[in-house]
Design a protein around this ligand. Structure first.
Ligand code: SF4
Length: 316
């Protein structure tokens, strides 16, 4: 690990200002992803800003009947919160499908959204990677692609976003709240938070330099039958090949987002209009314009089968 300097932030705006004014700085909270990347020298920040003391660990009701979740709420605390379990079951189910108990005890809400991809070539510093080193090339395109993306990808990067929690946040229409170095606050719909790679795969979110996530807000509960299903190569502690977060209402309308297939939680509102026509019609819309590689082409029919299983669950 390369040497770095360290400070403990005293307020969200001070943290954002420190990050904006210190080259090569990173926020650190749970550290469950960043520290691994630093040990491998995939990330080599010159300065770490510890945000653990900022008091952003609240889960509080909003005036609109929703929930405001502090950026530092640990994944376990969020998944087990009585209100989340009762009103946002898809979120609890997605969180407990991810990582391990120890990691969920440490990982934070904001950090979960900001996880880096698990593309194996991103982690291998001997291989070219446009995300790690812009314009270096992409080793995955002629490599092992089983875990990689099939939709929303580009010629520069086919990595997927690894988060389960983010898929549920997307189907719940969460909003990400931030503060910048000037103390200005911003609300970003989660649909706009993660970026597609295009020709700049190293830019993964709409966050500006120094901008700090302070909370994630959920709208008022919408009820319905809520299911999260994760298909993976082993039963636990593995990232999704395909996952699906689905909410179906008694009248048959619903919402869905899928994970494991794209650089961001993948939701296509037009696909939801196909729900009365069954999982095949939904999946066809959801995966339109997919650009699979030979080894991950199986994900397209797997999305349809996963949705079929989830829709059957919601009716049982
Ligand atoms: Fe890097 Fe993306 Fe290519 Fe993986 S798919 S090697 S993350 S550029």
């Amino acid at each position: 690990m390369k040497p770095f300097t360290f400070e403990r932030a005293t307020s969200p705006a001070q943290a954002a200002a420190a990050a904006a004014h210190t080259p090569d700085s990173r926020f650190v909270a749970g550290g469950t992803n960043l520290l691994d990347l630093m040990k491998l020298q995939i990330e080599a920040p010159a300065h770490l800003i510890d945000v653990n003391g900022l008091g952003l660990d609240m889960i509080e009701a909003t005036g609109e009947g929703g929930l405001r979740i502090g950026a530092l709420v640990r994944n376990t605390a969020l998944a087990t919160d009585e209100r989340v379990r009762r009103d946002y079951g898809v979120l609890t189910r997605a969180i407990v499908a991810g990582a391990s108990g120890q990691i969920r005890n440490r990982a934070t809400t904001a950090g979960n959204l900001l996880q880096r991809t698990r593309c194996p070539y991103f982690y291998d510093t001997n291989m070219p990677c446009n995300k790690r080193n812009p314009s270096a090339g992409c080793a995955a395109l002629k490599g092992y692609t089983r875990q990689l993306g099939v939709v929303g990808v580009s010629d520069a990067c086919i990595a997927t976003h690894p988060s389960d929690m983010a898929v549920a946040m997307r189907v719940l229409d969460a909003t990400v709240e931030t503060v910048n170095a000037d103390g200005e606050e911003r609300s970003i719909p989660i649909a706009d938070f993660h970026q597609l790679p295009g020709d700049t795969p190293h830019i993964e979110t709409t966050l500006q330099p120094g901008e700090l996530i302070t909370a994630v807000t959920l709208p008022a509960p919408i009820g319905g039958s809520q299911v999260y299903r994760k298909v993976r190569d082993r039963a636990s502690y593995a990232f999704a090949l395909v996952s699906a977060a689905v909410i179906v209402q008694p009248d048959g309308t619903g919402r869905m987002a899928v994970g494991g297939v794209a650089p961001k939680p993948w939701r296509v509102e037009q696909a939801e209009a196909e729900l009365p026509n069954g999982s095949r019609a939904v999946a066809d819309r959801l995966m339109a314009n997919a650009m699979p590689q030979e080894e991950n082409r199986f994900k397209i029919p797997l999305v349809e089968r996963t949705l079929a299983a989830v829709l059957a669950d919601t009716r049982s």
